[in-house]
Write a protein that binds this ligand. Sequence first.
Ligand code: HEC
Length: 238
Amino acid sequence: MLLKLILSALLIVLSFVGSYTMFEIFGRQERRKNMETLKKIHRINGRVFFLLFLIGAVACIYILSQTKAELTARTTLHAFSAVAIFLLFSLKIVFIKFYRQFYSYAKLLGILVVLLTFNLLAFSTGYSLVTGMGDRNETKQTQQLQLVAKSKEGSVERGKKLFTELCSSCHYTDKKDFKRAAPGLKGIFAEKNLPVSKKPVNTENIILQIKKPYKYMPSFNDLTDEQLADLIAYMKTL
Ligand code: HEC
């Protein structure tokens, strides 16, 4: 979170410096004496901006590849801005370096990059800052999980049926061997730690695994609290 904040602040500052130098270079009626320095700052600034932007993008793509989650509307807008920034920035460089006839468009593209940077950050860091999300969301989620965990005892019978339907294709229940990267769940509740994530074994963590799996397991987000309780009840008998 802190890293994100620092990266965002840097990108904002850099885009400000970028547009300020650009305005100073092209916007003034009288010619500035220190044009060359301004241009130099603008160029270096642009490179640092692009580098930081790429680092952020690679980090995001990596996280995305790990979670495999469906994009929310907010992340979609964030990703859209990011791709647009990348394309506009590349186009701007191409115009400046190769297709000089389009040079005048480069200024407009530069402004668009700055605006989209604001957009980009508004949908990530800005949002977290305004809602104070991070922590609050997590505590809410654990509370919810605890609620599910405490709610009535599930039925072993229904749990077994559900498990056969949804989980048996990947998980053994009579041994601890792995089957297609999925651990056998025999005696799961007698263990101290979960087999793959090594989180402590408890109802909350298992429900978390079912709803928001640790890695490759598909998510079963639409199970009702009752179905979850049934599954847990059955898994306790393994
Ligand atoms: C398509 C295969 C697949 C299906 C179906 C599946 N799982 Fe998994 N499961 C995995 C894999 C792979 C892992 C290893 C951890 C990971 O990748 O998330 C895993 C891990 C687990 C773990 C251990 C988590 C840990 O932290 O070590 C539990 C508990 C579990 N699954 C329960 C279930 C339940 C309950 C169902 C049915 C609702 C189910 N799984 C359905 C593939 C599957």
